[in-house]
Design a protein around this ligand. Structure first.
Ligand SMILES: [Zn+2]
Ligand SMILES: [Zn+2]
Length: 511
């Protein structure tokens, strides 16, 4: 099995665990939905902690469901791989028997050695699943309590700075909205780890499952081969060699070992680094061992890795990294959508579109790569959210900032000149500029209304004097500006003045 095949086979399982992570996170967010309630943060904190038991039992159900799927896939995959290896090896063992070079053996389906080896593989697969399940269950619990306490402490901090400037009930909920937004971002960054190693490093479900399942799958061929060699009573094995082998492997590669540990001629298997995580056939080891009989060449199961294959493998690893970042960003969108934060969802959508573009470019610029949409999917990021994300991106492209034409005139976001008579909204979209025509008798003028970052109108540019130059003795043709002042959500003052140089330039096309 090549690195690429191994990777593809492991994908299915790591995908199930990424889904599990997404489901647990969505469930955690479900329990934070009432954050807009106007209750004291300490009380909210207590309320949320009281839900911990319920959250936990829901999480157990979610984990059990995904585990069932993962287990059956991993076991049938191991069974299929083992069958493949045995089927290919058997003819060469039979040939050795025919030549009288070795004893005959029982059929594969009667082999105790094969049964034992399969048992070991199944157990290893089960161990991986169990580690993930236990870790993810308590890490999900931790993530929830951390999220709640982070929200509460962030909210209190915001309140402290805000209350210096104003006093209002709005401030209470507003600061929690801000706190939730900030804390969900951090929550998404961290995710739910599936494994904590000896150094205390947390592994994402994707990384841990990928590494450990690949290492289990990687064992299948060697284990089957050795079990069958035991059946045929062949004790000698040969280790292949490749450049760039790690230190422990380097000492063992290219050599012949006696697995019975009796030979006077060959090194004993128990002197090799086999069995150590960073040793021969350990984690990420790319060595293989083959049955060896003096003076006979035996069919080898393992294909030699070609260099181009290696290059493609490297490219797919890079693609994978980009897919992970797309998936994580989608997850952020999904979480903000779930909690009902439109503004944060918009920002997250814009980032998503640029990450998707990066991935698209990488795949189209690398021969042999294909988009794998299934690996970019996020549970709960359905068509509805996807369409919303695209719409948000368009919205932000338009209203994200004020834009200018090449000649320095400002770009109008909303041209309402053909709409007939319209009333100008006091509050509209952020950074919007609405343009309308105003007719009074013979006088036709163009009016532009500018909105600030909060979507509140703050200025108007009028190209004429509203048909009355005496009342509007400004500029050359009566062109003037109005400024609006806001307080507590209401316009409290409106003034009229001459245009500044900058404003003349911005609107030179209508003056
Ligand atoms: Zn190795
Ligand atoms: Zn005016």
């Amino acid at each position: 099995m090549s690195l690429l095949e191994n990777q593809r086979n492991a994908d299915e399982i790591s995908n199930i665990y990424q889904e599990l992570e997404e489901m647990l996170m969505a469930n955690i967010i479900n329990h934070c939905k009432n954050y807009k309630q106007p209750i004291q943060s300490d009380e909210w904190n207590m309320q949320k902690l009281a839900e911990l038991g319920k959250l936990n039992s829901e999480n157990i159900k979610i984990i059990a469901k995904q585990t069932g799927i993962a287990k059956s896939i991993i076991e049938s995959m191991l069974f299929e791989m083992a069958g493949n290896v045995l089927g290919r090896l058997e003819p060469s063992f039979r040939a050795l028997v025919r030549q009288g070079l070795t004893e005959d053996a029982v059929n594969i389906d009667k082999s105790k050695n094969i049964k034992k080896a399969m048992k070991v593989l199944y157990k290893q697969a089960n161990d991986i699943i169990n580690v993930c399940n236990t870790t993810m269950l308590y890490k999900a619990r931790d993530a929830y309590t951390n999220l709640i306490s982070n929200i509460v402490s962030t909210e209190k901090e915001y309140l402290k700075t805000l209350s210096k400037h104003a006093t209002s009930v709005i401030i209470g909920t507003e600061s929690r909205v801000q706190a939730v937004r900030k804390c969900i971002k951090e929550f998404n960054e961290r995710g739910i780890p599936a494994f904590v190693d000896k150094r205390g490093r947390e592994w994402t479900p994707e990384a841990y499952v990928n590494m450990s399942v690949r290492s289990t799958y990687g064992r299948v061929a060697n284990d089957m081969q050795m079990a069958r060699a035991d059946d045929y009573q062949i004790d000698l094995v040969e280790v292949d060699s490749h450049s760039g082998a790690r230190p422990k492997c380097a000492k063992d590669q290219g050599q012949i070992f006696d697995r019975a540990n009796k030979s006077k001629k060959y090194r004993h298997w128990n002197t090799s680094s086999y069995g150590e995580p960073d040793g021969l056939l350990g984690i990420n080891c790319r060595h293989h061992i083959y049955p060896y009989i003096e003076g006979v060449s035996i069919q080898r199961y393992f294909p030699v890795e070609k260099e181009e294959n290696d290059k493609l493998y490297q490219a797919t690893q890079k693609q994978r990294a980009l897919e992970r970042s797309v998936r994580k960003q989608k997850r952020e969108c999904m979480l903000y959508d779930k909690i009902g934060d439109k503004e944060a969802f918009e920002d997250a959508s814009v980032k998503l579109k640029s990450k998707e573009a990066q991935l698209r470019n990488y795949v189209s610029n690398n021969k042999g790569l294909h988009r794998r949409k299934d690996r970019e999917q996020v549970v709960g990021f359905d068509k509805r959210i996807s369409a919303k994300a695209i719409a948000s991106k368009k919205y932000v492209d338009k209203y994200g900032s004020v834009k200018y034409n090449e000649d320095g005139t400002v770009k109008i976001t909303d041209d309402w000149k053909n709409r007939g008579h319209v009333s100008i909204p006091k509050e509209y979209r952020k950074n919007a500029i609405i343009e309308v025509t105003e007719k009074k008798g013979d006088n036709v003028q163009i009016n532009r209304t500018f909105y600030n970052e909060d979507g509140k109108m703050y200025r108007q540019i009028h190209s004429g004097p509203h048909g009355n130059f005496k009342l509007h003795p400004y500029g050359k043709n009566g062109e003037h500006a109005h400024d609006y002042e806001w307080e507590n959500g209401k316009i409290t003052n409106r003034t009229t003045r001459n245009l500044t140089e900058k404003e003349r330039k911005e609107s030179s096309d209508i003056l």
